[in-house]
Design a protein around this ligand. Sequence first.
Ligand code: NDP
Ligand code: 8X3
Length: 254
Amino acid sequence: MANIAFVTGATSGFGAACARLFATHGWKLIICGRRQDRLESLRAELAASVPVHAFPLDVRDEAAVNAAVAALPDEFAAVDLLLNNAGLALGLEPAQRCDMQDWHDMVDTNIKGLLYCTRAILPGMVERNRGHVVNIGSVAGSYPYPGGNVYGGTKAFVKQFSLDLRADLLGTRVRVTNIEPGLAESEFSLVRFKGDSAKAGQVYEGTRPLGPEDIADIVFWVATRPAHVNVNRVEVMPVCQAFAPFAISRALDG
Ligand code: NDP
Ligand code: 8X3
């Protein structure tokens, strides 16, 4: 029987790459996202090789998440892998100048949306004593950088929540993994800079960033370890990225 993967944020970047990779390995796919045109073209592409269930979903809408999970067709209901990938960064301003709505949107998507999806899918996994929740965190959840503020905070939540889920799931065969990528080229920066493609392009200029396929490769690897193996966290950066020294201001000597 084919495995079933439920991918949030499948309309772009990591989510689309994961859906494609899992499909090449014969997994049945549940795909969602807000952009219906993107969703439909991915559905049509994947449906040539595997069964696909696609529906528009804003993960910030708890009732819609619950309704979508309750309405899964029988052949898609026993989800083996939930990939909590939908997420975004908005802005890179210092905290004192951030747009409050951006903070709401990041918390509502990266934290609350992930919680809604997890809470809706998890009981079935526990009941079946089988399943894997793979969350997409970020290096931003471990290492601060100027302007990371709430984005970093949401990903720190995802990291800790993933570890705490493991604690709750002890005694079951349900696995949990947090993937924590660094610089990766997708629509991420275009979204962060609200459609400013020149600014988004500068982020990757002269670098060899990770690509969505690199992340898909890791997600697929953690998902296909032997059933007794739980990869807790994977932190991954491109070779062109490393850590900054601590920043010290010399303007405050008084
Ligand atoms: P993209 O912008 O390319 O993809 C983000 C996906 O999330 C899109 O499919 C988008 O779909 C979906 N999404 C956003 N908001 C919502 C929402 N409210 N409801 C449903 N879907 C939503 O970026 P990435 O692929 O890079 O990002 C995927 C994940 O990886 C995010 O969680 C991001 O924080 C994380 N990440 C990214 C890194 C990077 O450098 N690129 C590094 C580390 C982590 P739609 O707009 O159609 O709803
Ligand atoms: C995305 C990586 O460094 O742009 O989560 O925050 S970073």
